[in-house]
Design a binder for this molecule. Structure first.
Ligand code: NAP
Length: 345
């Protein structure tokens, strides 16, 4: 499956890696929140945690594991962790905090494999974009005496892999923790401190509530982006075929040429990792279908307003949504869209 590993987010890969590594190398030991942190998966999110934790000096040692030799090799080359391990057991050995940073669909097997190697008193967490499924898949494999507190940093880019991570990814972004009933308050507070040290704002939430909120704020927008980009490219294929049949010269792709007309922002979202998003939809089925139902009704209402020339209805909605965008900017959650981005060669 193609993965967009190249090109970093707002910071170049070199910059981000350098700043985190330099900070880790140049400063002596600080008050680490965890003595040893193990990251299971070292892609965009795992490598950003490693970089941020080392930059903030909140982990005495950052260990990692990745499934493929290629990604483990990249993690070694980039020097984003203190140790890179070929086996899961070696990575989690003696760790005080273990964070699963792989696609949601991999969690059950990973949890089953690490369970016997976990240290008593350790905390296991994750970064998955769906939370009830993580409780279902990981919870049964966590041995007694080990804390289990799922989490979701609401931060990311459309890029994947260890090269794409950067230490500043979580700065001013929310991290939602969804502790199961009876979770140890001290373990929860410690994990919240860890995320705050990485720059996040922390919110505690019920997992089912998390899944409904994220279905509408993140999962549905991604689904729409995937759909729109698919529809537009299918349509262009048809138009080009029609033009070719009529004997016309076919020029440059109009999708690319006129993409500034709104389409390009969808293409950015639609470039997100296919495996990660497949797992999100398979594991948050009910909530996404509920939000999709509501969305379809609202879309039909707009369709009707356009058909009947009800401009006042359209304008009222567009005014409301413009206010929402302003609120997002004021809340410091707008992100950077780089409207003047350079043309890639
Ligand atoms: P990524 O860059 O693609 O990295 C994925 C990591 O998981 C890699 O180390 C990969 O190993 C490993 N992996 C993939 N499939 C696996 C499998 N079947 N078994 C074991 N390991 C596997 O992904 P990411 O963007 O960091 O996303 C990781 C998690 O973060 C996902 O659960 C996602 O829901 C969550 N998340 C992502 C974002 C975002 O914007 N990307 C935001 C918030 C949360 P190899 O490379 O060695 O194959």
């Amino acid at each position: 499956m193609p993965r967009h590993r190249r090109g970093a987010g707002r910071f170049s890969r070199g910059q981000a890696g350098m700043s985190a590594n330099k900070a880790a190398a140049n400063k002596g030991p600080a008050k680490a929140i965890y003595r040893r942190v193990a990251l299971i998966g070292i892609g965009l999110i795992g490598s950003s945690i490693a970089r941020a934790a080392r930059a903030a000096r909140v982990a005495g040692h950052v260990a990692c594991w990745s499934r493929s030799a290629a990604t483990r090799g990249a993690a070694r080359r980039l020097k984003i962790c203190d140790s890179v391990h070929d086996t899961l057991a070696a990575a989690v050995k003696d760790a005080d905090l273990v964070i699963l940073c792989a696609p949601i669909g991999a969690n059950a097997d990973l949890a089953k494999a690490i369970g016997p190697a976990l240290k008593a008193g350790a905390t296991v967490s994750d970064v998955g974009s769906v939370k009830e499924a993580v409780l279902r898949d990981v919870g049964p494999h966590i041995p007694g005496g080990v804390h289990f507190i799922p989490g979701h940093p609401v931060a990311g880019t459309e890029h994947s892999g260890p090269e794409a991570g950067f230490a500043e990814l979580f700065r001013q972004r929310w991290c939602i923790l969804t502790p199961p009933k009876g979770a140890d308050p001290a373990a929860l507070a410690r994990l919240a401190d860890f995320w705050r040290a990485l720059g996040s704002k922390v919110e505690i939430m019920d997992p089912a509530h998390h899944d409904r909120v994220l279905a509408v704020t993140s999962h549905l927008p991604h689904l729409l982006a995937y759909t729109i980009v698919g529809t537009v490219t299918d349509l262009e294929d048809h138009l080009r075929q029609e033009a070719a049949d009529a004997g016309h010269v076919i020029g440059r792709s109009e999708v690319v040429k006129f993409s500034a007309g709104g389409f390009r922002d969808f293409t950015r979202i639609a470039a997100s990792d296919p495996v990660m998003w497949r797992d999100v939809f398979l594991n948050n089925r009910e909530a996404v279908l509920e939000m999709l139902g509501r969305f379809t009704e609202d879309l039909s209402a707009l369709q009707r307003a356009i058909r009947w020339g009800e401009g006042d209805k359209l304008e009222a909605l567009f005014r409301r949504t413009r206010e929402i965008r302003r609120g997002v900017i004021e809340a410091g959650q707008a992100g950077t869209f780089k409207p003047t981005e350079e043309k890639k060669r």
